[in-house]
Design a protein around this ligand. Structure first.
Ligand SMILES: [Zn+2]
Length: 237
């Protein structure tokens, strides 16, 4: 009678511990966000390889933590399910059973799995995109805006405005030919409308002599997008 109630009570405390363990996911996720953001900031300010590699190591450590957490939770859930099914008469050595299951899972782990984890792959992509963007900016005639210097803010506010909508850009794209930036939807609609009338599209930036714009010349301006986002965060503070 009372024996039947025992496991139920102990499992409910296990369930509670499990849900607080699951909360750890959000801490790991936040840590990954920060590491990514630091890596991109480092690249933007011109720090190369070693510092960015350090962030890559941090990302792998977080990925490893996440895997351990997932496997531990998985082990607990498996064991609890099994014990509930068996309706064990005595209170089992829960910790020992979980440890056994967890160790079995850990033995199958391969280091490369971490490098294939979703967040790590995303991190590598973002770093790669940022490097490409910086290279493009260095090759292009326009330098990119360094928003971390206060002096750049007033100067950059002008650059944040789309020459078509006169609003702060949400999705800036850069024209590879003349180097001007616009909000993606606005410029694409403009070019399409001109082309539908069988006319050439002229760059809307005052003073620009580019008279034959193509949608294929537009590339996402990731650096500027980030600059706008950082500027927005700063002004909200
Ligand atoms: Zn232009």
């Amino acid at each position: 009678m009372s024996g039947r109630n025992m496991p139920v009570t102990s499992f409910s405390s296990v369930d509670n511990s499990l849900s607080s363990l699951k909360n750890c996911h959000s801490y790991i996720s936040t840590g990954m966000d920060i590491a990514t953001s630091v890596a991109l900031d480092l690249l933007e300010t011109g720090c190369e390889s070693t510092d960015v590699n350090a962030m890559e190591t941090v990302m792998l450590e977080y990925a490893s933590m996440e895997r351990d957490l997932n496997q531990y939770i998985h082990a607990v859930e498996k064991i609890v399910k099994k014990l509930k099914h068996e309706q064990a008469e005595h209170v089992p050595d829960l910790l020992g059973l979980v440890k056994e299951k967890y160790d079995a899972l850990q033995r199958k782990n391969v280091e490369d799995d971490l490098k294939r984890s979703e967040r790590f792959v995303k991190f590598k992509e973002q770093v790669r995109d940022m490097r490409q963007q910086i290279q493009q900016n260095q090759e292009g005639d326009e330098g990119y805006v360094n928003v971390d210097e206060d002096i750049a803010v007033t100067q950059s506010q002008l650059n944040f405005t789309c020459p078509i909508t006169q609003l702060e850009m949400k999705n800036p794209v850069k024209n590879k030919v003349c180097g001007h930036t616009y909000d993606k939807d606005a410029i694409e609609n403009m070019i399409l409308a001109r082309h539908q009338k069988k006319k050439k599209a002229t760059c809307p930036k005052v003073g620009c002599g580019h008279t034959n714009m193509q949608i294929s010349d537009l590339v996402p301006d990731i650096t500027l997008k980030r600059a706008i986002e950082i500027h927005k965060q700063k002004s909200q503070r």
